[in-house]
Design a protein around this ligand. Structure first.
Ligand SMILES: C[S@@+](CC[C@H](N)C(=O)[O-])C[C@H]1O[C@@H](n2cnc3c(N)ncnc32)[C@H](O)[C@@H]1O
Length: 417
């Protein structure tokens, strides 16, 4: 809601690369069902545009429902690609920093004339000019299907709260390493403050001067880690229940956030294996371990199929999920949320959990976690697992719904008898 506009005029040609990448990105995100993060990290060709496109897409997804309503009201029938073209153009002229709306409109009109036709450019011109003054486009709305789905699961008061959160940026949170006392001068420099988190073994902070934080030596040498507070709800369970463990495998471990927390909890006295299906993300895991001087076996494999003669005292299964609890940071996730995608995720999660049961040593533990608030990925998933694997019992579970400070997350600790 607090999307500020800086006014700058730009020649139309200089905006074309942004338009091209925005259209290509939207097409890939929608057709290939990939996340915005994966598009920006792995598919975006012009890396210089990362910041601009990230900002544009975040604003687009937050306003997408309002934009779709506006187009439905103002145009009788348009095909999918025209709708996508106009939607991202509207996001660009309405919510983008660093370009005057008039310059942005001219660029989109010129682009559509060159690439398509004069007729199409006239339509683009008319729609964008009307959009510029449309107050309803300032609104942030949950996608219609998510709204009705959450109304059924959690009620209308929850939906109201989540709609408000959808329009807000999450606070920029980080934690300090367990053996490190963060100096007060540093907190002052990053305009940071400590956040009180009940029962947490980690110390959490939020910062306003993000640039200073990102350049800080403590980030580079691993004494601080940028993470949401909700990630700590899962790993704190390890400290409570698994004190005698000697080895651990993190089945979906990249880029190492939870494994590094675990290693700190066990004072580096635990043998760690970190698995992930993505070789690209495992490069980040290796970097994160290296800067902290931590040792671990880093493997690229499918967690549902990974075989090992060694059995593990702790299995962390921080599984891929619908991301419905982290919609402030990933507003695109709610646009992929539907019965089919949730069922697909739940299937992958149950296959990973079944393999975790097999990899788990007697009396060992499975720490299952998601950043979803969907019960079929969370509590129901765990109850179904317990039915298939009666040798396990649930020691504790915790569902944290998204709020103004933390993301939504679920964690359960299970023990094999
Ligand atoms: C929630 S993230 C893990 C975050 C990580 N635990 C951390 O704290 O930094 C889920 C991870 O699962 C990985 N993944 C997805 N499907 C997988 C599979 N079948 N086997 C192993 N890893 C998988 C993704 O590449 C992604 O890195």
């Amino acid at each position: 809601m607090q999307f500020m506009k800086k006014v700058a005029t730009k020649s139309t040609e200089t905006v074309f690369p942004i338009i091209r990448e925005a259209l290509k990105g939207l097409n890939e995100i929608n057709r290939q069902n990939i996340s915005l993060d994966d598009f920006l990290d792995f598919k975006l060709e012009n890396k210089n545009l990362r910041k601009t496109l990230s900002h544009l897409f975040l604003a687009y997804f937050r306003h997408r429902q309002a934009i779709e309503n506006f187009l439905a009201e103002n145009l009788s029938k348009i095909n999918k690609s025209t709708s996508e073209f106009l939607s991202i153009a509207i996001a660009h002229i309405k919510y983008q920093n660093g370009i005057a709306p008039e310059s942005a409109i001219n660029a989109w009109v010129e682009f559509s004339k060159k690439k398509y036709s004069i007729g199409f450019s006239k339509l683009v011109n008319a729609v964008l000019r009307k959009a510029l003054n449309a107050n309803e486009l300032e609104k942030v709305l949950l996608p219609d299907n998510v709204k009705s789905h959450w109304e059924k699961s959690f009620g209308s008061e929850f939906v109201e709260k989540m709609t408000q959160l959808y329009g807000e940026y999450a606070p920029f949170c980080f934690r300090s390493a367990l053996n490190f006392a963060l100096p007060e001068e540093f907190l002052t420099a990053i305009r940071g403050e400590a956040i009180e988190v009940k029962n947490s073994i980690f110390k959490w902070y939020k910062a306003e001067n993000i640039k200073e934080l990102l350049q800080s030596y403590y980030l580079k040498d691993g004494r601080i880690y940028i993470q949401d507070i909700a990630t700590g709800f899962a790993t704190t369970l390890l400290a409570e229940y698994c004190k005698k463990a000697t080895n651990l495998i993190d089945l979906c471990g990249a880029p190492g956030g939870k494994a590094i927390m675990a290693s700190e909890i066990f004072d580096n006295q635990i043998a760690m294996t970190i698995l992930d299906k993505s070789a690209k993300r495992q490069k980040l895991t290796e970097e994160n371990l290296k800067i902290r001087n931590l040792q671990a076996k880093v493997l690229t494999a499918d967690a549902a199929k990974f075989e090992s003669a060694e059995k593990y005292d702790i299995i962390i299964a921080d599984v891929p999920c619908s991301n419905s609890g982290v919609f402030r940071k990933r507003p695109d996730a709610l646009w992929r949320l539907n019965d089919r995608t949730i069922a697909e995720m739940a299937k992958i999660q149950s296959e990973i959990l079944d393999n975790a049961a097999w990899l788990c040593a007697d009396n060992g533990f499975i720490l299952y976690s998601t950043c979803s608030i969907e019960s079929c990925e969370d509590g129901e998933q765990v109850q179904n697992f317990l039915k298939r694997h009666p040798q396990f019992s649930l020691l504790r579970e915790n569902l944290n719904l998204p709020n103004s400070i933390t993301d939504g997350a679920y964690a359960a600790i299970l023990q094999k008898k």
